[in-house]
Design a protein around this ligand. Structure first.
Ligand SMILES: [Fe+2]
Length: 481
């Protein structure tokens, strides 16, 4: 078993506001809660889920107050969770297929609510999110489920768990892919000020585009003027979803490099497709940031040569078991490239997409909230290019200069930058970076606090057990209890 295997081990313990031992000093100004999402349990009814993305959702909360930190964690007690624990029934998900009936149901309108990918605040609601169109509300104080947001007028079967915030316009933007007789990408916005009482979190259509072979899309880019769907050639014939034995959702997608990767640039005001540009094929999960510049959009993202990364995150691969092609402990092999794409949009700017690679070996990228949609300097991410550990990195996206943090045998997760509210003049790296890490020697996890400017470790808060590798989180300054 690889040393990182506790990262794929189920966690049974749940805590409520457990005070953590802190080594070092957490800045006293840091107030609020980091809420993270990810799989907490990988076995259902004696069967192991097929893919890292399919474990049962667990929320983790680190609440900061005056230099202290308290930890709470709780399974997201959804219908999928209840059926898994009480009946031993496994839901059809990303790569894990339930019964054929369940598979059909998940396509036709009763998709899983195992929202284990991300969290977001939209309007007054705190949401746990995944890639099915379920939006599970939770209580940020207790982490208890409060029920789903109701369905609305924006249809879609495969959605993003990565919303984009636009504080200037006061809206949250997302997209969905609708499968059917025709297939469509649909971009929508959720205004902060809903048009009427009870209309919070209502999605308003912005743009849509018919596509013959929809791609697997995980996140997108937003600039002040444009919403950009980046479409890698990892595509599906949606009829496959209806065939018996078609496996989990992602098993139906095929890598078609001859199509190249497309940038679909939509005007946020008019909804028109302002530009469609094709470039050499690459795959990606996560955009970093984007902005408008001289008639172009600049999109930074973490690119892969192809979609093999999806295969490499099957449980059989990460655990080094036989049974899949190229099986082996592949976690160390993920070499995402932080790349900058300059995409011509306006007339007279040509059609050629320029690519510049900035840093090799990163994932789960983030930027300071104040840096979004503007020309910016710093991206934060995992540093994955060393065997036996995952570090963290701060990349200057203008120069490619990188500052890294490593600790032997530690696997760090998504770093989240929190600005120091007393130092708003230079918001981009004046603050702290918070990231979970698994210490493979003690098989326990910790929360690392780094100085945003120097990237040096300020403190670590010790969790009394391991935390399975998770995905994404958000810092909510207003969640103080
Ligand atoms: Fe993601």
């Amino acid at each position: 078993m690889p040393a990182y295997s506790p990262g794929f081990r189920s966690l049974d313990a749940e805590h409520d506001d457990l005070s953590l031992d802190v080594d070092g000093e957490i800045p006293a100004w840091l107030s609020g809660s980091l809420v993270r999402n990810g799989p907490g349990k990988f076995e259902v009814g004696g069967r192991r889920v097929e893919h890292w993305f399919d474990g049962l959702a667990m929320l983790h909360k680190f609440r900061f107050d005056g230099g202290d930190v308290a930890y709470s964690n709780r399974f997201l007690r959804t219908e999928t969770y209840r059926r898994a624990v009480e009946e031993g029934t496994i839901a059809s998900q990303f790569a894990t297929s339930g019964s054929y009936l369940d598979q059909l149901k998940s396509f036709l309108g009763d998709p899983t609510d195992n929202a284990n990918v991300n969290v977001a605040r939209v309007g007054g609601d705190y949401l746990a999110l995944t890639e099915t169109p379920r939006r599970v509300r939770f209580d940020p104080e207790t982490l208890a489920v409060r029920g789903d947001l109701p369905a609305d007028d924006v249809p879609g079967h495969h959605v993003t768990a990565h919303f984009q915030r636009d504080d200037r316009r006061g809206e949250t933007v997302g997209y969905a892919t609708e499968f059917g007789r025709t297939n469509r990408y649909r971009i929508y916005r959720v205004p902060d000020d809903p048009p009427g009482p009870g209309a919070g979190a209502e999605r308003v259509p912005v743009a849509s585009l018919e596509v013959e072979r929809p791609a697997y899309l995980h996140s997108f880019a937003l600039t002040r003027r444009y919403a950009v769907l980046v479409e890698p050639p990892f595509v599906v014939n949606p009829m496959r979803f209806l065939l018996p034995g078609s496996g989990g959702f992602i098993d139906n997608y095929r890598w078609r490099p001859e199509r190249g990767t497309r940038f679909l640039v939509f005007d946020r005001e008019s909804g028109e497709l302002a530009a469609e540009r094709r470039t050499a094929p690459f795959f990606f999960f996560h955009t970093v940031n984007a902005f408008d510049a001289e008639g172009h959009v600049v999109v930074d993202l973490v690119a892969y040569e192809d979609a093999d990364i999806v295969e490499n995150l099957f449980m059989s691969s990460v655990e080094g078991e036989a049974g899949r092609p190229d099986s082996g402990p592949e976690l160390d092999a993920a070499e995402g490239e932080l790349a900058r794409f300059r995409v011509p949009v306006e007339e007279g700017t040509g059609t050629t997409v320029e690519r510049r690679d900035r840093y090799t070996g990163t994932e789960l990228p983030r930027v300071a909230p104040g840096a979004r949609m503007d020309r910016y300097r710093f991206a934060y991410g995992q540093a994955t290019a060393r065997e036996g550990q995952n570090g963290l990195v701060k990349v200057n996206v203008e120069t490619g200069e990188a500052t890294e943090w490593w600790a032997e045998g530690h696997y760090a997760g998504e770093p989240i930058f929190v600005p120091n509210p007393d130092d708003a003049a230079v918001p981009e790296d004046r603050g702290v970076v918070l990231a979970p890490a698994l210490d493979t020697e003690s098989e326990q996890s910790l929360l690392v606090v780094l100085d945003g400017e120097t990237f040096e470790e300020l403190a670590r808060a010790q969790v009394p057990h391991h935390i399975p590798f998770g995905f994404h989180g958000e810092f909510f300054p207003e969640v103080v209890s």
